[in-house]
Ligand binder design. Structure first.
Ligand code: DX5
Ligand code: ZN
Length: 218
């Protein structure tokens, strides 16, 4: 059984709560936060997260595509984020990375780290992998929904799965971008555990069936 994480980036924001309730059979709600600086797009802030918190029984999986994740950690944590995932590329040193993981944990929530398509999985070393609760492999360039899946995510997922099995790490392996019926099978075969899907879920005829499709074995 896989974790489905519908991404509200593809929802109709004029009726956001209705849209969120409609996908609430999924375990995770993926919330894409963009600052117009780390990525060209601007999306959701903590106020929106707060407005839907408590209205559905889902894990709030906040994906921070922002240049200064530490600055906004507290407000997202207090607004209801259950997982805060920041980007490896947004930070300047390993010290900053380890410090941010601890800082996120200080709010009694989970910490995730994400890598963009051009970042090697090898930048995530033992020290990082043993501390994080989630590793998010981007299978598109972060910034927009509806892009084409990039296959270079597959060996990264495989590697993370091998390392997890070998060293008994606790992180959840998540993938994000370009997921559809076919690419979902590819990431499952590679060893993913949580699957983010925006367009595929929100634009489908039957969202609940699409969520089930994501959750089931290949
Ligand atoms: C892209 C976001 C994704 C996006 C995925 O930067 O991180 O979560 O919503 O959208 P799809 O599933 O349409 O590729
Ligand atoms: Zn995302």
């Amino acid at each position: 059984m896989y974790i489905a994480a519908p991404s509200i980036l593809s929802a109709d924001f004029s009726k956001l709560l209705e849209e969120v309730k409609d996908v609430s059979t999924a375990k995770f709600l993926h919330i894409d936060v963009m600052d117009g600086h780390f990525v060209p797009n601007i999306t959701i802030g903590p106020l929106i997260v707060k407005s839907i918190k408590g209205k559905v029984d889902m894990v709030f999986d906040c994906h921070l595509m922002i240049s200064d994740p530490k600055k906004y950690t507290e407000s997202f944590a207090k607004s209801g984020a259950d997982i805060i995932t920041f980007h490896y590329e947004a930070l300047n040193s390993k010290e900053e990375i380890l410090d941010l993981i601890d800082y996120i944990h200080s709010f009694k929530i989970h910490a995730g780290i994400s890598i963009k398509p051009n970042t090697s999985v090898d930048v995530l070393d033992e020290e990082i992998l043993s501390k994080v609760d989630l590793v998010l492999v981007m299978s598109v360039e972060p910034g927009f929904g509806g892009q084409k899946f990039m296959e270079n995510s597959l060996p990264k997922i495989k590697k993370l799965r091998e390392l997890k099995d070998k060293f008994k790490y606790n992180y959840i392996i998540e993938v994000d971008g370009g997921i559809n019926k076919e690419t979902a099978v590819l990431v499952k075969k590679a060893g993913v555990e949580a699957i983010v899907a925006g367009t595929y879920v929100f634009k489908s005829q039957n969202r609940k069936e699409t969520i089930k499709e994501l959750e089931k074995d290949f």
